[in-house]
Design a protein around this ligand. Sequence first.
Ligand SMILES: Nc1ncnc2c1ncn2[C@@H]1O[C@H](COP(=O)(O)OP(=O)(O)OP(=O)(O)O)[C@@H](O)[C@H]1O
Ligand SMILES: [Mg+2]
Length: 400
Amino acid sequence: MGEPGTFVKAGRKGGSFPGAERGQNGQVGGPGSHPWCPLAGELPTTRHNQSTKHKKRAADVLTFPSRPATLARNPPTSWLKSFQPTHSAMHMFDILVLGEINVDLILSGDARPEFGQVEKVIQDATLAIGGSGTIFACGAARLGLRVAYCGVVGQDLFGRYMLEQLQARKIDTTGVIVAPSLKTGLTVILHHQGDRALLTYLGAINRLQAEMVDRELLAQARHIHVSSYFLQHALQPGLADLLAAAHEQGATVSMDTNWDPAERWDSGLERLWPYVDLFLPNEPEALAIARADSLKQALDTLAARLPLVAVKRGAQGAVARQGGQTVWDPGFTVPVVDTTGAGDSFDAGFVYGFLHGWPLAETLGLACACGALSTRAPGGTEAQPTLDEARDLLHSRQAP
Ligand SMILES: Nc1ncnc2c1ncn2[C@@H]1O[C@H](COP(=O)(O)OP(=O)(O)OP(=O)(O)O)[C@@H](O)[C@H]1O
Ligand SMILES: [Mg+2]
């Protein structure tokens, strides 16, 4: 067992991190049709029901190449209006997310704790979907993409809540492992005067291993998204082989590492570069990973290794580099309530444009619109936009 310890994030990032715990008896499986995918008591995660549903869904879809078309350099000006969503008939899912799963408990008002057994009454408390990967998955599903998820939860109330929330958004959870020996991860977010403090219990957050990822599910996805790479210690050793297999099957790969709690900024990332098609750090992360002093230097370094990089810059928008093309987007001004998960909603928008072969500038614009709109309500998923909402915001900027 790893030692319990503090886990402090700067925003949603940063801080120290206890060593990855092993399950008491290494047990993550149980009875079920997949060795890593137990039927898990009452939790509604049986593979049979879900695959029946997907067969039906797959029959309705239109054809689409398994890899996105290269982003056009000179797109027709009508591209945005004429755009129609397309799906791949070859794949059941547009995206398979390999990520962490946890709940967020958001306490707001004067949520500064006072020790000495002082009981304070605060203004609001919200239980919300937490975790970068799950917020990304919800954002992508909201945009109309067919999403499947691989991660680990405990066999408890929070695990059940997360499964229900994902399933309510039509996200396939047959790849989610319910581990009876673990507790579902939890972050308590304390708001006070525009600032926030975060307390995280890792639990099952970092227990996904490459061997747990159902290869059938992998083959059914045209795109793989890896979230919070630095947090996913158990996934790191086998990830390169997994992504290589996905690439071989024609899938593309995106990755958002988020902050490295250990601040080493490596953890085998170099081995993954050949399999990452789209890299989605924020600015401090990009600088740290590239060991650069400026954004330009970071972009130069990352673009030398990766075909497409988009760097998120908070209220200042984002920048993307693809080959020799660099696009800056100033972002959108919106009434901000909570920026939790803005980066994950951005990622969902970017992957949407990427998978549909949108031009780079419009892909970046959609991503910024998704990030900005997601800040309108507390939590990461509540205000995530539909495709129409995000496109309306884009159009409003493009209107003369
Ligand atoms: N305050 C804001 N106002 C408007 N847009 C915002 C704001 N914050 C974020 N965004 C939008 O969301 C995008 C992603 O946000 P951000 O740069 O905070 O990502 P991140 O640091 O990866 O976030 P996360 O905390 O989810 O990891 C930005 O590029 C921007 O378009
Ligand atoms: Mg982020």
